[in-house]
Design a protein around this ligand. Structure first.
Ligand code: HEM
Ligand code: HEM
Length: 227
C-alpha cells in the first residue's frame, strides 16, 4: 500500500490555523479598536506603541505566509482570476483554508494595515507628538501621509465590516465552523492538510522582526536644531 493512502501512517487531524496565525488574528481584534480609541483620546504615546505592534505582527504574518503551516501560506489561498470567478459562480469548490475570494481579502486587509500603521510613522498631532520619521520627509510628504492615515482608517473600517459580513454569512448561512476554527485551530469539517510549522520558527521570526523594527527606529532622524 502506498504510504500516503495508509490510514495508519497518516496523522489523525492537523490544525487548520496554527497558533501564530490565530494569535496574530485575535491580537488585531484587540489592537485596532485600541489604536482608534487612543487616537480619539489623544493618548499618542500609547497609540504609537499599539501601531508598532501592528506593524510587527503584519510583517511577521507576511513572512509566515511563506514559511508557516500549510493553510497559512499565500500559495495555499492566493488563486488566479479563473479560480476566483469559478468560486464566485459556484463552479469551483474551496479547500479547507481561506476560500479563493477570501484569500485576496486577506491581502487587502494586510496591505491596509501596513499603509495605516506605516503612514502613522510620518504623522503628527501638530501639538505634542510626532511620529518617529516625521523629520525624514518633506512637509508636502508629511501632509500627504497625514491624509493617507485618515483615509486608510475609513478603508480599513469598510474592509473589516465586509470581513465580518462574509464570516457571518459562511458561519450562519452555510453552517461552516469558521470562528471555532480561528479560535481553537480546528473544528468539525475544518482541519489542515499537513503538519504545522515548528513553534520555534515562529518565535525566531518574531524576534527577527522585532529586532529589525527596533534597529529601524534607532535610525529615525532627530528634530532639526532651531538655533
Ligand atoms: C479588527 C478586526 C479584524 C481584523 C483586522 C481581522 C483580520 C483578519 C485577517 C487578516 C484574517 C486572515 C487571517 C490569516 O490568514 O492570517 C482574518 C481571518 C478570519 N477572521 Fe478576522 N479580523 C477582524 C475581526 C474578526 C472578528 C471579530 C471575527 C469573528 C468573531 C473574525 C473572524 C475571522 C475568521 C473566522 C477568519 C478565518 C476566515 C476563513 O476561514 O477563511 N475576524 N481576519
Ligand atoms: C494600525 C495602526 C494604527 C491605527 C489603526 C491608527 C488609527 C488612527 C486614527 C483612527 C487616528 C485619528 C484620525 C486622524 O486624525 O488622522 C489616528 C491619528 C494619529 N495617528 Fe494613528 N493609527 C495607527 C498607527 C499609528 C502609528 C504607528 C503612529 C506613529 C508612530 C500613528 C500616529 C498617529 C498620529 C500622530 C495621529 C494624530 C493625527 C492628527 O491629530 O491629525 N498612528 N491614528
Amino acid at each position: 500500500m502506498p504510504e500516503d493512502t495508509d490510514p495508519l501512517s497518516r496523522p489523525a487531524s492537523q490544525p487548520l490555523w496554527d497558533w501564530p496565525t490565530r494569535l496574530f488574528h485575535w491580537s488585531l481584534v484587540v489592537l485596532i479598536p485600541l489604536a482608534w480609541w487612543t487616537a480619539e483620546e489623544g493618548q499618542m504615546e500609547r497609540h504609537q506603541w499599539l501601531g508598532y505592534t501592528v506593524i510587527v505582527l503584519v510583517v511577521f504574518r507576511i513572512c509566515w505566509g511563506f514559511v508557516g503551516s500549510p493553510q497559512s501560506r499565500f500559495r495555499d489561498f492566493l488563486k488566479g482570476p479563473d479560480t476566483v470567478l469559478g468560486y464566485v459562480r459556484g463552479r469551483v469548490a474551496s479547500g479547507p483554508g481561506h476560500n479563493p475570494l477570501g484569500g485576496w481579502s486577506v491581502v487587502v486587509l494586510l496591505t491596509l494595515l501596513l499603509v495605516q500603521a506605516g503612514s502613522g510613522l510620518f504623522n503628527s498631532d501638530r501639538i505634542l507628538f510626532n511620529g518617529p520619521f516625521y523629520y525624514a520627509v518633506s512637509s508636502e510628504t508629511r501632509d500627504f501621509l497625514g491624509v493617507v492615515h485618515e483615509w486608510a482608517f475609513n478603508a480599513l473600517l469598510a474592509m473589516i465590516a465586509l470581513h465580518l459580513l462574509a464570516v457571518a454569512w459562511h458561519q450562519f448561512r452555510r453552517r461552516e465552523k469558521l470562528v471555532q476554527a480561528m479560535l481553537r485551530g480546528r473544528a468539525e469539517g475544518k482541519s489542515g492538510t499537513g503538519a504545522p510549522a515548528p513553534w520555534w520558527l515562529a518565535l525566531l521570526l518574531l524576534a527577527a522582526v522585532v529586532g529589525l523594527g527596533w534597529w529601524l527606529l534607532q535610525q529615525a532622524p532627530p528634530p532639526p536644531r532651531m538655533w
